[in-house]
Design a protein around this ligand. Sequence first.
Ligand code: HMG
Length: 387
Amino acid sequence: MTAGIDLIHFATSDYELGLDTFAKEKNLDVNKFFDGIGQEKMSIAPPDEDIVTLAAKAVSPILNKIDKQTITAVLFATESSVDQSKSAGAFLHGLLGLPNKCRVVEFKQACYAGTAALQMAISLVHSNPKENILVIAADIARYEQGSSGEATQGCGAVAMLIKQNPRIMIIEQGSGYYTEDVADFWRPNYLNTALVDGKYSTKTYLNSLKYAWDNFVEETGKQFDDINNFCYHIPFSRMTEKAHKTLIKKANKIISVKTFNQQTLPGQIYNRVVGNSYCAALFISFCSFLDNDKHNLEKNRFGFFSYGSGCVAEFFTGVIQTGYQDFIMKDSHLQQINNRQALSYDEYVDLYYKQKIDGANIVFAKNNKGKYRLEKIENNIRKYEIN
Ligand code: HMG
């Protein structure tokens, strides 16, 4: 029996801020963003869009293709939690009318948590092939205005149906891990924006990659040449280039620019215009690869490097299944990305930084154009609505 990704779909918000607009406002050379960090746009979530509504948007096309009564668990990975006790998955469970005979839990370890949820789901399916699990990775990346991270914000949610004999990708057994207690990026409980030591975070990311790779080779016996395509956690797309160069050096390889691009470029197309989506970023990169690679990827082995600040990292692999092309949801991905409304810098500041959530009752202005929105917070209870 095999276990893996049967269906995958991602969602993002209805608004975007171009980094050209951003550069003009800050009086900076736009090439710092387009070339230096490899980002063109960031998806911006208005106050009535949160990780629950993004997740609902990501999951709903999957539920349209299956009997939702068969879902046995919702594993929700995020670092943009909406409550300290109740999991985002519990709100989602209500909003989507999922069956009561179902387990729901939230996972947290910065951007790594999506991989933790995925691996937990894979193990559950191996121990009970009747499990049909929704793994969701959803985040809204927020940094303080004027900080080094401001240009690397964004948002997104990825939903994956994890089951036996999957139609898109088998997740292989055997991973490489690395954990070290570091202060590269964190968000204390009283803040809704992350704190970051930007340059140090890129160093800890690359350092973790080297250790996770060593552990992966030791555990699985697989080598660089056994892997066809690579997806990395993408805080900004230039990080993929830095990471792949680091891995190639570590593996003592020399490859052509053409091969380098074939191995990594299709996996950056969506992230380049969505921005960082923390837990979701690695899996948006996978959607980007599936939708945009011109080659037939059947039987290709993908290497995934998952990194979460703080820090925990994992390198793991999966193999694409024959006929995967019939199950990808490219049209929906492109429609969402292309239909976003462009914001001016002042409109972005209004949507992103002005709304305070401090215990008072709030009825949110209607900015979220999707089917699911956060309508209000009443007596400290979040109320969602379906349009
Ligand atoms: P910065 O200091 O504003 O930028 O912030 P810089 O001066 O280092 O420039 C960036 C690059 O652009 C440099 O290239 C410049 O040379 C180049 P590099 O040295 O890297 O090759 N550049 C230009 N290129 C062309 N034309 C120009 C130009 N000017 C400069 N005119 C930094 C960069 C990444 C620090 C910042 O964006 C930041 O703090 N980001 C947030 C943290 C982050 O994303 N870290 C990544 C690793 S940690 C991670 O991935 C985990 C995370 O997702 C969180 C989680 O786990 O939950 C963040």
